[in-house]
Design a protein around this ligand. Structure first.
Ligand code: PHE
Ligand code: ZN
Length: 896
């Protein structure tokens, strides 16, 4: 009812547009309740397509006038489309003028033109431009834009759009105008305008090529002191893309604008990126190290889209990963390159893989599983997923692995030579990388490699090794498989690059020599698995090796190898691949956790962790050669979500109890080492968000939490007291928030006064208040206390369901990020979830649909959770007037 019918759109149905739009002139009279939009387009028929009516998309628009070549014309409406049948015949261009109005103040979906804090913003990707004017709202229609903005000068002193400002001036009645011309053709999803009371940090830069540019970061007055890091990140991004890929900034002016009402992280509109404040605003008093590093990534990401997305865009939305997977890969590489040391690079890699495994692997195994290039969708907004983004980035990373770093840069060069200014497909990209590297494994295996684009699901790589002492040979058997996903019962083998090294029992690297090689190689080698099963036979192996498989996580697969504890301890202590070192520690913890979860042992009397594990962790903490950031990652237990993914039947309460027991044991048994870690790392000097000092803060923070957890056990008050003191004295938000978290996580009574003090200190800092909400909604559950607390938080005067950041900070932190609290045996968590999905859907379907996905994995749940979850989903699905967004998610969840 609120949307058009929910019909699936299929990739195979793509046809070229029947018309091209060459130029667009837009004139906006901005008014919150009634904005007038005059849209003059120059169109021509696409001669490659049979003559047909022009069908323009529009949504929630009031149509006042349609003129063709200046004359009135007949038109009709077909659902949301404006249909023009009597257009001039023949190939000549003609003018089409459309006058509409819309209501930005009532736009709670935050798609199209909307008002936030008395300013105007737009969001057009994927299909928001049709909420601004009638248009061919599809990415393969690229036009030149001239935009005039008119608005009250006192209320909206700053008027921005894409490209260059060519004219501005006063109008009568206290109004003014600005005219912008974008020198680059673009699809309408990259259109943007901003109008409001904003101030800018400005920076002039000169590129390597000698061109001058103006960089601006616009924020609300009062936030300028939080823009330095975003500006530094932007300058670093410009320099990096030129240095690593030879891609320069192609605009005189590059603007970033922050808004506190935004559905996603940020948007790459040409020359006018619009950001969620969360990914712009930071200073040491209000933002944590994680915030600083996210800002660096997101600023980089949006900037890199200027080439990968904007200069070369997507033919249709099925190709979304063409720009997103590639751009995530680029932002990951950017952050790694900035991080510098091999250890800091590995830390970034581990963090990225953790996201992939805790969010994308479950997606790939659940009802919303889809290929990196989907074949159909009902609502494109539901396909801005971790599969498109993070798995897409892994696919690009594998290409780089197969052609080498230089080969990949050559491939990128060819991609732009071929496709600059075009709207293309994932096939075009892969072809360019392969063609630039004709001798590579990628070129040789391209059709098979592209199964990564067409087949959903996470492959499992099963490995087993056999040492033959007499023959001094070692055989490694690799077998791949991939479980069915919705609509794909059978999978063909993937191309899996396996980075491999062998260690001896003492942890020394062994040279690698396949039977047919004349000589041995040292270090890591990439073996490319293409068959369902393959065997690698190594010769001249002096002793039984410990294999280090999938180094640096060379493919997005699940690796099954029956490692013994001894082998894992060897890898943890000695592997020279830091990723697999960390991985060995995780496997040790995982094995213990799974054993305890699947047994019915009484956790109070039978400890989950044994001395061997605890001792290995002690050694990691005490190792002077390891970075603090790396230690913090090793000492962090696998998440409850990750543990759940390893099981066929999930009892979330058992998982929660086991993980809490492990945390407590680790806290108590390593108390001396935690104290040492705290003492060694608590002071990082003046605040700098660099990897070394942020790693030290992270380790100090974990140590403090563990010391408070141990104190809860022993009744000791010293460490909670120290945490409270640290909370009060901290010179930066990272230390302050870590201290607050230590009190909240350990459930100490000082948490309450600390929380109220924190609120009082930061009541005017929306992003900090988000943290305050999120910490409480995400706190470890003790006897079911979190849900009532969440209900109370929703009654707090600062809570606002309409603001996506705030809604996420409470509702998502509880439903999606706190399994131990959410999955209650009384089903109250699910009832809460269903109520919120329905409530949010009436305001903002995109946000509601994301929340709807919190129960994606309900089929794995043990009873009574499973039935209760199904009932909650069915209750949502039974609502008559759901958005397409939520309808698609719950329908897929309930399908068999
Ligand atoms: N294209 C944006 C990005 O990833 C994400 C986005 C999608 C933002 C849709 C808003 C709406 O960079
Ligand atoms: Zn993106």
């Amino acid at each position: 009812m609120r949307e058009g019918q929910a019909t699936a759109i299929h990739r195979a149905d793509y046809t070229a547009p029947a018309y091209w739009i060459d130029t667009v002139e837009l004139v906006f009279d901005l008014d919150p309740a009634k904005t007038r939009v005059l849209n003059k387009m120059r169109l021509r028929r696409n001669g490659d397509v049979a003559p047909q009516a022009l069908r323009l998309d529009g949504e929630e628009l009031n149509l006042a006038r349609v003129l063709v070549n200046g004359q009135g014309t007949s038109f009709k409406m077909d659902g949301n489309q404006l249909v023009l049948e009597n257009l001039p015949e023949g190939p000549e261009a003609f003018d089409l003028e459309i006058f509409t109005t819309c209501n930005p103040a009532k736009n709670t979906k935050l798609m199209g033109l909307y008002v936030s804090n008395d300013s105007f913003f737009t969001q057009c990707e994927a299909e928001g431009f049709r909420r601004i004017t009638y248009f061919l709202d599809r990415p393969d229609v690229m036009a030149s834009y001239t935009v005039t903005l008119r608005a009250d000068k006192a209320k909206y002193p700053v008027l921005l759009s894409n490209g260059n400002l060519v004219e501005e001036g006063a109008l009568d009645d206290g109004r003014h105008f600005a005219k912008w011309v974008d020198p680059h053709k673009k699809p309408c999803y990259l259109f943007a305008l901003v109008a409001g009371q904003l101030v800018a940090r400005e920076q002039r830069i000169r590129s390597r090529a000698g061109k001058d540019h103006l960089l601006q970061v616009f924020v609300r007055p009062g936030d300028l002191d939080k823009t330095e890091h975003a500006m530094n990140s932007l300058m670093a991004s410009v320099a990096w893309d030129e240095a690593r890929f030879g891609l320069p900034l192609d605009l005189e002016r590059f603007m970033i604008v922050a808004t506190s009402d935004f559905n996603m992280g940020a948007m790459e509109n040409k020359g006018l990126n619009i950001f969620n404040t969360k990914y712009v605003l930071a200073n040491q008093a209000t933002a944590t190290d994680a915030d600083f590093s996210n800002i660096e990534s997101v600023v980089g990401h949006e900037y890199f889209h200027n080439w990968t997305g904007n200069r070369v865009t997507c033919q249709d939305w099925f190709q979304l990963s063409l720009k997103e997977g590639l751009t995530v890969f680029r932002d990951q590489e950017f952050s790694q390159d900035l991080a510098g040391s091999p250890s800091a690079r590995a830390v970034k890699r581990i963090e990225d893989v953790r996201v992939l495994r805790t969010a994308q692997f479950p997606e790939d195994a659940g009802p919303m599983a889809h290929p990196v290039r989907p074949d159909s969708y009902i609502e494109i907004n539901n396909f801005y997923t971790v599969t498109i983004y993070e798995k897409g980035a892994e696919v690009v990373r594998m290409m780089q692995t197969l052609v080498g770093r230089d080969g990949f840069a050559q491939g990128m060069k060819l991609y732009f030579e071929r496709h600059d200014g075009q709207a293309v497909t994932c096939d075009d990209f892969a072809q360019a990388i392969a063609d630039a590297n004709p001798q590579s494994d990628l070129a040789r295996l391209l059709p098979q490699f592209k199964r990564w684009y067409s087949q959903a699901g996470t492959p499992r790589l099963h490995a087993s090794g056999q040492y033959d002492a007499a023959a001094r040979s070692y055989t490694l058997s690799l077998t791949q498989s991939c479980a069915p996903t919705p609509g794909q019962a059978i999978k063909d083998p993937f191309v899996i690059p396996v980075n491999l090294g062998l260690l001896d029992a003492q942890g020394q690297a062994l040279p690698l020599q396949l039977a047919h090689w004349n000589q041995a190689e040292s270090g890591t080698r990439t073996f490319v698995l293409t068959e369902a099963s393959e065997t690698l036979t190594f010769v001249n192996v002096d002793s039984a090796p410990v294999p280090s498989i999938l180094r640096d996580f060379s493919a997005p697969v699940v690796l099954d190898y029956a490692y013994t504890d001894t082998e894992l301890l060897t890898l943890l202590a000695h592997d020279n691949d830091p990723f697999n070192r960390w991985e060995a520690g995780q496997r040790l913890a995982l094995a213990r956790a799974l054993k305890a979860i699947t047994s019915d042992s009484d956790l109070a009397n039978s400890p989950v962790l044994d001395e061997a594990y605890l001792d290995a962790m002690r050694q990691v903490l005490a190792d002077p050669a390891l970075d603090a950031a790396f230690k913090e990652l090793v000492l962090t237990l696998p998440s409850e979500t990750y543990l759940a993914e390893q099981l066929d039947v999930v009892d979330p309460q058992r998982i929660h109890a086991v993980r809490e027991a492990m945390r407590e044991q680790l806290a108590t048994a390593l108390q001396t080492q935690w104290q040492q870690a705290w003492e060694d790392n608590r002071d990082t000097g003046g605040y700098q968000p660099d990897p070394v000092s942020s790693g030290r803060r992270a380790l100090a923070g974990l140590a403090l939490t563990q010391l408070c957890v141990a104190a809860r056990r022993s009744g000791d008050t010293v460490w909670p007291g120290k945490a409270f003191q640290r909370f009060k004295d901290a010179a930066n938000m990272t230390d302050r928030f870590n201290a607050l978290s230590a009190l909240v996580i350990s459930g100490h009574e000082l948490a309450a006064p600390a929380l109220s003090r924190f609120h009082a200190l930061f009541k005017n800092e929306a992003l900090v208040i988000d943290k305050w909400f999120s910490l409480q909604a995400g706190a470890p559950d003790h006897g079911g206390h979190v849900l009532p607390a969440v209900r109370q938080l929703m009654n707090h005067p600062d809570f606002n369901l309409r603001n996506p950041n705030r809604a996420r900070s409470v509702i998502f932190s509880f439903c999606s990020a706190n399994p131990g609290a959410f999955h209650r045996s009384d089903a109250a968590g699910y009832v809460f979830w269903a109520d919120r999905v329905i409530e949010l859907d009436a305001i903002n379907p995109q946000v509601a649909a994301r929340l709807a996905r919190a129960l994606d994995r309900w089929k794995k749940l043990a009873e009574p959770y499973r039935s209760a979850a199904r009932e909650a989903i069915a209750r949502v699905a039974a609502k008559a007037d759901l958005s397409n967004d939520v309808r698609e998610v719950v329908t897929r969840a309930l399908a068999d």
